[in-house]
Design a protein around this ligand. Structure first.
Ligand code: GRG
Length: 361
């Protein structure tokens, strides 16, 4: 079914129906899925590894991610004052931001700048900004009035450590800092194009703001909250709406703003947008699967939460096997969009898609 109520669809890329309607399994079949965790991981990992191997064999993805995460962590560390008043606020911001995290969104942003032909350093400020937005969304999501969680990135959540008022304000300040950081001339290296760069930054800021506001991430969170606690089974297209907004929109922004800063053409930006929407939804399908197949220790956040709260997820609606097939389709849709780009420059985005498909946490 098409995304009739997807506000982003009218003006831009439309993500086609991704799976035919499937028979919803019983909740006991989801519970049984826990026993298949090992098998599932192997199947997805094998499919992705095979695809990966046929695409490129020389790219050292692990080294790429380790280097990018270290560079992003340095940029984030430098962006937030340590020890300056109000100390509790800055401490809470640093606690949430520097607590770990895979740094997938900044890596996507840097890789998108690279595929567009820009030096990755040009996109470091936007990459840090998307991580700030992502982290603030986690801080707010964990609050008692939202998802009410006490474990995040393997540590007690921000409000557990600093109290709710400071956690709310730390999230607010991170959001504000993200835009300040992106808009500041001093956040960029001196070799940016003095003619083109200012307009690119303004366009990128607009893109990020749109993707996280009432047409994007916040919209997804609202619809998710509306669905929480109802006995109603959420239909597939509504679940897709939630995840395209709540999760995929920020991945989309990460890729698109990296591409804009790197000097991509409009046609390239739209192809990368399609890539990002597919991996964005893929990210969430995998997240849902991991929730029922991994432990809290393995995930660094509370596992089995969806099941415990009877939340509608892809495994609940489709079953694990169909969820896996859906993940494979999304992976292939995403990688298709990269054909036509320079192979070497496309390698990081290609491998990020495989990684998202078969990550283990
Ligand atoms: C952005 C203005 C604004 C408000 C926030 C609370 C809220 C509104 C939205 C919730 C969004 C949310 C928490 C979506 C889930 C996204 C998701 C799958 C997070 C997990 O991402 P990972 O696995 O986490 O990349 P790490 O810890 O590795 O960064």
């Amino acid at each position: 079914m098409a995304l009739a109520f997807h506000p982003l669809a009218a003006s831009r890329v439309r993500i086609a129906p991704l799976l035919p309607a499937a028979v919803a399994p019983s909740s006991s079949s989801v519970a049984a899925a826990r026993h298949h965790r090992r098998r599932f991981s192997v199947v997805v990992a094998t499919a992705a590894a095979a695809a990966s191997a046929s695409a490129t064999t020389e790219f050292d993805f692990k080294a790429y991610m380790v280097e990018r995460a270290a560079a992003v962590n340095r940029a984030l560390d430098a962006a937030i004052p340590a020890g300056e008043p109000p100390a509790a606020l800055h401490e809470a911001m640093r606690y949430a931001l520097l607590a770990g995290g895979k740094r997938v969104r900044p890596a996507l942003c840097l890789a998108a700048c690279g595929i567009a032909g820009g030096p990755e350093a040009w996109a470091m400020a936007p990459a840090a900004a998307v991580e700030m937005v992502h982290t603030m969304s986690l801080v707010h999501d964990d609050l008692p009035c939202m998802d009410d969680d006490d474990l995040r990135r393997g540590k007690p959540t921000c409000h557990v450590v600093f109290g709710e008022p400071i956690a709310v304000l730390a999230g607010d300040a991170l959001l504000s800092l993200a835009f300040h950081h992106m808009a500041s001339v001093g956040s960029y290296p001196p070799d940016v194009d003095p003619e083109k760069h200012p307009a690119r930054v303004v366009r990128a800021i607009g893109e990020l703001a749109r993707c996280i506001g009432s047409e994007g991430l916040v919209a997804g969170q609202v619809v998710d909250l509306e669905m929480t606690g109802t006995s109603e089974v959420v239909p597939l297209e509504r679940l897709e709406y939630i995840h395209l907004h709540k999760t995929a929109a920020l991945l989309e922004a990460s890729v698109v703003i990296g591409a804009i800063i790197g000097g991509a053409t409009d046609e390239q930006i739209e192809r990368l947008r399609k890539y990002a929407r597919s991996i964005g939804l893929l990210f969430q399908v995998v997240d849902d699967i991991l929730d029922v197949t991994k432990s809290s220790e393995e995930l660094g956040k509370t596992a089995g939460k969806d099941l415990a709260s009877d939340k509608t997820t892809y495994p609940k609606l489709l079953g694990l096997e169909k969820s896996r097939e859906f993940a494979e389709k999304l992976l292939s849709d995403a990688t298709e969009q990269l054909a036509g780009f320079d192979k070497e420059k496309a390698a990081p985005l290609l491998h990020l898609a495989y990684y998202i498909a078969h990550r283990q946490n």
